[in-house]
Design a protein. Structure first.
Length: 314
């Protein structure tokens, strides 16, 4: 049986959803699961047990330092005899994944959207060429390290009572220091973990329409996304940009309003489960990936959508 270590994340004092998604998939693949979480207490750490993780290492340090965290994780991997390491493909996972790979002399397969077993091998699927194609990749040797895109696996309840174990992290040895951590301004709901995203493109004609889309997003409990054209035009902050040079998202529902669907935009949202596109041009490339397409003027359709949602919500 494969022994996997999941690198968990804490968000707003709770274990993040993507951590539980990863644990749930690993459990389905019949792995023996442990996790390690930094910046938390044993009670919170133990809640990963809800997705079948039996042993959780934790550190209550509040400081973030990728260099030290990666070296602590690498020691835990070596001592615990883990053959697989799974991390979220978040800023933390990107920072730490490569460092662990170097420390363990192992390859990292990043931003995976599927993980299956083929005998003793683990086969990961990941988008390549800016989302134009998918590659299936497996490790030939070493520890198998994967970073996993949020929202691609379901959280499955398979509760076990997790044992917790404290690990020490000595930050004084670090060659770098985190000076400041600044939350992105303006984003009400984080794009990368959002279940629903409403995104606007150049078709909205100007910055004054983003608040209208924000209202639609609020009604749906959604995050607000944007194309690069609108960000470059200064209509909205870059933190909202979806695509090759923005955020990669994988929500259940992506509503693209006045977005043409350039390949660089699709690279960031093409793995969304359902895509609804509103565009007045029937030839717009976004319709090639859309589950449902509305060919009409967005300034007519958005108010209709809002009214319909209001009615459904009573
Ligand atoms: C290296 C590189 C990286 C890039 N990275 C990104 C990235 O990360 N994210 C990204 O988004 N782009 C990225 N781009 C830019 C990308 O190529 C496109 O230029 C951009 O996505 C276009 O944005 P858009 O769809 O909002 O605008 P447009 O392509 O101008 O499309 C606007 C759409 O709105 C429709 N429309 C207009 N009026 C209405 C109306 N009244 N009602 C309904 N529909 C209407 C039009 O039919 C059109 O399809 C990148 C480009 C390069 C070269």
């Amino acid at each position: 049986m494969s022994k996997a270590l999941i690198i968990g994340e804490v968000k707003n004092g709770e274990i993040s959803k993507v951590t539980l998604e990863i644990a749930s998939r690993a459990k389905e693949l019949d792995m023996e699961l442990s996790a390690i979480v930094f910046g938390t207490n044993p009670e919170t750490a133990a809640t990963i047990g809800s997705s079948g993780v039996g042993h959780v290492f934790y550190s209550d340090t509040v400081e973030y330092n990728g260099e030290i965290i990666a070296s602590v994780i690498s020691e835990v991997v070596k001592k615990g005899g883990f053959d697989t390491v799974l991390l979220p493909h978040s800023w933390m996972g990107r920072d730490i994944g490569g460092r662990i790979g170097a420390l363990l002399d192992s390859a990292v397969i990043s931003d995976i959207v599927e993980l299956t077993a083929d005998g003793n091998k683990l086969v990961a699927k990941k988008p390549v060429y800016a989302g134009k194609a998918y590659a299936k990749i497996t490790h030939k040797k070493g520890i198998r390290i994967f970073t996993v895109r949020p929202n691609v696996f379901e959280v499955v309840d398979s509760k076990v009572d997790a044992k917790t174990e404290k690990v020490e992290a000595d930050f004084s040895k670090s060659r770098s220091k985190l000076v400041e951590f600044k939350e992105t301004q303006g984003a009400k709901i984080g794009l990368t973990e959002a279940k629903i995203i409403v995104a606007g493109g150049r078709g909205i004609k100007g910055p004054e329409y983003f608040p209208v889309l924000q209202e639609l997003a609020d009604m749906l409990g959604a995050a607000l996304g944007a194309s690069r054209a609108t960000v470059d035009a200064g209509w909205i902050n870059h933190s909202h940009q979806v695509g090759q040079t923005g955020k990669t998202v994988s929500p259940l529902l992506y509503i693209a309003v006045g977005i043409s669907g350039a390949i660089q935009h699709l690279a960031g949202m093409g793995s969304s489960k359902y895509i609804v596109a509103v565009n007045k041009d029937p030839e717009a490339p976004i319709f090639k990936v859309a589950t449902y397409g509305i060919v009409d003027d967005l300034f007519n359709i958005v108010p209709v959508l809002k009214d319909a949602i209001k009615k459904i919500k009573g």
